[in-house]
Ligand binder design. Structure first.
Ligand code: PLP
Length: 436
C-alpha cells in the first residue's frame, strides 16, 4: 500500500475511537533500538517507547532471537496444556516480586485484563465487592477497569459499576486539599479512612492504585503515602493491588516494581506493557492466599502463550544481565537533571516529576495560577515531531509531557533528547505569538 492508501484505509476502516497523535498522523514503518522510522525513512528518537512498552529497545536482537525460535517450535496450545515458557516465566516473576510473597501468576494479554483479574481475585478473597480507586487514575478499557479509572475522558458513557469509590490522589503540585507537603501530614492518604467510613459498607475488597499515575501525567505520591493507605485499607478488610502496568520491570530505577520505592508489599501486582517489549502479555501476580481463593473455571485462550511468555522471559533476563535497573536509576537521574535545567530556562514548565526513566513535565501558562498550558503542550508535541523526537502526552488537563525511553538508553541519548526538546520548546508560542 502507498502512504496515502494506508492513511485512508485507517480512516475508513477503523473505529474513529482509534485516535492518533498530531494534526497529521505519523505513519511508522519500522523501528530499531531507540529509533523509529516513518514511511519516508526519517528517523525519530523515541522517548515514549510505544507508551512505556519498549523496555529494552525496539526489535531487540536478543529478545527477537528467542521469539523467532519459539514461533518455529510451538506457537499456541492454550492453558489447558502445560508449556515450559509459561512455567519458566511464572517462576522468574515469583523470584522478583517484593518480599517474596507474591508467587502465583495468571497470564493474560493486556493490562486491562490483568486488572480485571486482580479485582475478581480481591472479591473472591474477601467476599466483598467494594473497591477504592484513585482520581486521575487509568486502569484500562473494559467495563470494570473504565469504572476504576478516575478521568472522565477515559470513561465511556454508561461505564458505571456499583461499589467503586474514588479517593483523592496524591497530586502534590495541585493538592486536592490546597495544602503543601510535608506540612499537609499527607492528608490525602489519611482521607481514605473517611472515604471508607462514609462511602462504603465499611468492609472493602481492596484498593487499586498505580505507584506513579501514568496516563494521569506521572503524578508521583510522596514517600509515606502508600504505607499509610495500605494500613487503612487492610484495617477495613481489603487487599492492596499495585497496578504496575507502567511502573514495573525497573522503569522507576533500582527496583523491579514501583511500589518498592515506597517500602510497601502489596497483595497483588498487575502488569503488562514493558514486560513483553511489544509482545501482548499481561500478568496478575498474587500471594498464594489470594490466588487460591479464585475457585471455579476461568480461562484466557492466549494467556500464557508460548511466544509471548518466551518474549517476556527474554526481556526480564536481559534487564538482569545488562543491569538495566541501575541504568534506569543513573540515566534517569541524569534525565531529571536536564529537565530541571530546561525548567529554569522556560517558565512554561511548572513541574518536573517522576522516578528513574519515567519523568514528566507539566506545562502551565502561569506559575502562580498554574493554569494548564494545553495549547502550548499541543504545540510542543508538533514541534518535537518536526525536530525528530517522539514524546507522550498525558494528564487530565492534557498539559503533561511524558518521557519514558527504553531502559537501555545512554547519557548521550539523553543529551540528544535534551537538545531536541530545548529546540522544540524554543519554537512554541503558547498561541500568543510570543515565545514561551
Ligand atoms: C496503569 C495502567 N493500567 C492499565 C492499563 C491498561 O493496559 P492495556 O492498554 O494493555 O489494556 C494501562 C494502559 O495504558 C495503564 O497505563
Amino acid at each position: 500500500m502507498t502512504k496515502d492508501e494506508i492513511l485512508l484505509a485507517s480512516q475508513d476502516y477503523l473505529f474513529p475511537a482509534v485516535f492518533h497523535y498530531y494534526k497529521e498522523p505519523l505513519l511508522i514503518a519500522r523501528a530499531k533500538d531507540q529509533f523509529v522510522y516513518d514511511a519516508d525513512g526519517r528517523a525519530y528518537l523515541d522517548f515514549f517507547g510505544g507508551i512505556l512498552t519498549i523496555s529494552v529497545g525496539h526489535c531487540n536482537d536478543k529478545v527477537n532471537a528467542q521469539i523467532h525460535r519459539q514461533v518455529d517450535t510451538l506457537q499456541h496450545v492454550s492453558t489447558v496444556f502445560v508449556t515450559e515458557p509459561q512455567a519458566a516465566l511464572a517462576k522468574k516473576i515469583a523470584s522478583l516480586t517484593p518480599g517474596g510473597r507474591l508467587t502465583k501468576s495468571f497470564f493474560t494479554n493486556s493490562g486491562t485484563e490483568a486488572n480485571e483479574t486482580a479485582i475478581m481475585a480481591a472479591r473472591c478473597y474477601t467476599g466483598s465487592s467494594e473497591i477504592i480507586a484513585l482520581r486521575h487514575s487509568y486502569h484500562g478499557r473494559s467495563a470494570v477497569t473504565m469504572a476504576l479509572t478516575g478521568q472522565a475522558a477515559w470513561r465511556m458513557p454508561g461505564a458505571v459499576q456499583p461499589g467503586i469509590v474514588h479517593a483523592h490522589n496524591a497530586y502534590c503540585y495541585r493538592c486536592p486539599f490546597g495544602l503543601t507537603y510535608p506540612s499537609c501530614g499527607v492528608r490525602c492518604a489519611e482521607d481514605v479512612e473517611e472515604l471508607i467510613r462514609s462511602s462504603t459498607s465499611g468492609r472493602v475488597a481492596g484498593f487499586i492504585a498505580e505507584p506513579i499515575q501514568g496516563v494521569g501525567g506521572f503524578i508521583t505520591p510522596p514517600k509515606e503515602y502508600f504505607a499509610i493507605v495500605a494500613g487503612i485499607v487492610r484495617n477495613y478488610g481489603g487487599i492492596f493491588i499495585s497496578d504496575e502496568v507502567q511502573t514495573a520491570w525497573g522503569r522507576t530505577g533500582s527496583k523491579w516494581f514501583g511500589i518498592e520505592q515506597y517500602g510497601v508489599t502489596p497483595d497483588v501486582i498487575t502488569s503488562a506493557k514493558g514486560l513483553g517489549n511489544g509482545c501482548p502479555i499481561g500478568v496478575t501476580v498474587a500471594t498464594p492466599e489470594v490466588a487460591d481463593s479464585v475457585k471455579g473455571l476461568t480461562i484466557s485462550t492466549f494467556g500464557g502463550n508460548p511466544v509471548t511468555t518466551t518474549a517476556a522471559k527474554a526481556v526480564l533476563d536481559l534487564i538482569d544481565e545488562e543491569n538495566l535497573l541501575a541504568n534506569a536509576a543513573e540515566t534517569g537521574a541524569y534525565l531529571r537533571g536536564t529537565l530541571e535545567e530546561l525548567q529554569a530556562k522556560y517558565a512554561v514548565i511548572g513541574d518536573v516529576r517522576g522516578m528513574g526513566l519515567m519523568q514528566a513535565i507539566e506545562l502551565v501558562e502561569d506559575r502562580q495560577t498554574k493554569a494548564p498550558a494545553v495549547r502550548a503542550t499541543a504545540e510542543l508535541m508538533e514541534a518535537a515531531r518536526r525536530n525528530g523526537l517522539l514524546l507522550g502526552k498525558g494528564g487530565m488537563y492534557g498539559n503533561c509531557i511524558r518521557i519514558s525511553p527504553p531502559l537501555n538508553v545512554s547519557k548521550s541519548d539523553v543529551d540528544e533528547f535534551a537538545r531536541l526538546l530545548d529546540a522544540s520548546l524554543g519554537e512554541c508560542t503558547n498561541g500568543t505569538g510570543s515565545r514561551l
